[in-house]
Design a protein around this ligand. Structure first.
Ligand code: HEC
Length: 150
């Protein structure tokens, strides 16, 4: 009886770790013909992600313009729109399908915009905003080089 208990325990542990691996680390993916990783999404999840992406680009454009005009109010407003507050609306399914590395890059991008909004508000230093923007952009290009949707 005790042995059966252990076997059941082992099986449950294996299933749990398999699910955890799938949900947390690997996500729902396949290799794309161009060598990138395709994140397999429902249409609605893909629409959500791409909408979020277009908002990222709008923010980058407005922040860059804010730096040129030395308008830190515009920078703060634009950066706040794509900060971590955005994450509350992410569909749970989408989170589960994103590989861990992609989730990390997405999360750190939102957090970097939080920090930019805070700093621009407190320091009002456009040079600092520019260097923060230049730290964020490589994460955008790195993620695009690794992942696509499908
Ligand atoms: C977590 C990874 C990740 C990060 C970080 C990321 N992107 Fe994306 N982005 C994607 C994926 C995946 C797509 C879909 C590409 C595809 O299917 O070919 C995409 C698509 C886009 C698109 C096209 C949207 C459309 O409607 O087709 C834009 C614009 C974009 N990203 C801008 C950005 C900008 C700007 C940043 C940085 C501030 C950024 N992205 C950061 C993963 C990311």
């Amino acid at each position: 009886m005790a042995r059966l208990g252990w076997i059941l325990f082992l099986i449950m542990t294996l299933i749990a770790s398999g699910l955890a691996y799938k949900f947390i680390i690997s996500g729902e993916t396949e290799v794309a013909p161009d060598g990138r990783t395709t994140i397999l999404l429902e249409d609605s999840e893909r629409d959500f992600l791409l909408h979020e992406m277009r908002n990222f680009l709008i923010a980058v454009q407005q922040i860059s313009e804010g730096i040129e005009k030395d308008d830190m109010t515009q920078v703060v407003r634009a950066a706040k729109k794509v900060g971590s507050g955005d994450l509350a609306h992410v569909p749970a399914g989408l989170m589960g399908k994103m590989p861990l590395a992609a989730k990390k890059m997405g999360l750190s991008t939102h957090k970097a915009f939080d920090q930019m909004a805070m700093d621009a508000e407190q320091l009002g230093d456009k040079e600092h905003v520019l260097s923060q923007l230049n730290q964020i952009l490589p994460t955008c290009t790195a993620c695009h080089a690794l992942y696509k949707t499908g």
